[in-house]
Write a protein that binds this ligand. Structure first.
Ligand SMILES: Cc1cc2nc3c(=O)[nH]c(=O)nc-3n(C[C@H](O)[C@H](O)[C@H](O)COP(=O)(O)O)c2cc1C
Length: 222
């Protein structure tokens, strides 16, 4: 077999063995080097215009995990047994005139920023006219969409490393946001909660994958 054939097999093996873990072994912890590899996969993820409208909170505090049990029903297994528990935030009201965009352009891309530069005007035009991002909810949802790209990369990277995971939307967004604000963990003017995720080692069999067939979801337009 060629290297390419082996590689294809390996990639599909990883995808078939990634699954939404319902039961974690609370005694098995992820090695720091593995965890930092997962975070690096998140950090290197692409985002629209490269503006990275996200933040990743690793929750180690047991009191916070206990408190979240009541308002994050889909996270209970992870809060109990996962080695690492993440809350991922998306930026609110991100437009070409936001301080975050100025920071990205100047400090990360290393080029001058101006509210009236062609790049800023182009971005504002894209948001308003091409994507209709004109209110707080649509701007949040657009930023939140970007955060699911690092989610996929983190899940796949974890699976590559033999680490199990679960993405989590099973929580009351408003309750979780208000709780995190009360704890002074997030500023709700700046961020909202996008999703949570648990990572660790399974305490269960890997269930059979149930998926639509490729012909149901894939059309070639000639
Ligand atoms: C965005 C998202 C949110 C999810 N939320 C939860 C959740 O709150 N709790 C949970 O146990 N599983 C959650 N899941 C897992 C899905 O139910 C699971 O991925 C899907 O049924 C496919 O199964 P598989 O991942 O095991 O292949 C979520 C998955 C995604 C992608």
């Amino acid at each position: 077999m060629t290297d390419q054939t082996e590689l294809r097999k390996e990639i599909l093996y990883v995808h078939k063995h990634r699954f939404a873990t319902k039961s974690f072994n609370p005694t098995k912890k992820i090695a720091e080097e593995d965890w930092m590899t997962i975070m690096e996969a998140a950090r290197l993820s692409p985002s629209s215009f490269g503006y990275e409208p996200w933040k990743f909170l690793l929750v180690k505090n047991q009191q916070i995990k206990d408190d979240l049990q009541d308002i994050a029903w889909g996270a209970r297994n992870s809060l109990y047994g996962a080695s690492h528990f993440l809350i991922v935030l998306a930026r609110k009201n991100l437009t070409g005139n936001s301080p975050h965009v100025k920071h990205m352009v100047e400090d990360v891309f290393g080029v001058p920023y101006s509210e009236t530069s062609p790049q800023t005007i182009f971005f504002n035009n894209f948001q308003k006219n091409d994507f209709g991002l004109t209110d707080e909810r649509s701007l949040f949802d657009w930023a939140s969409k970007q955060t699911y790209i690092p989610l996929a990369n983190m899940l796949t990277t974890a699976a590559y490393l033999g680490i199990d995971s679960v993405p989590i939307e099973g929580f009351n967004k408003e309750s979780v946001e208000n709780y995190l604000e009360k704890k002074k963990i997030i500023n709700l003017d700046e961020f909202g909660v996008s999703y949570m995720a648990g990572f660790g080692y399974r305490d269960q069999e890997i269930p059979e994958k149930k998926r639509q067939s490729l012909s149901d979801i894939y059309d070639v337009i000639k």
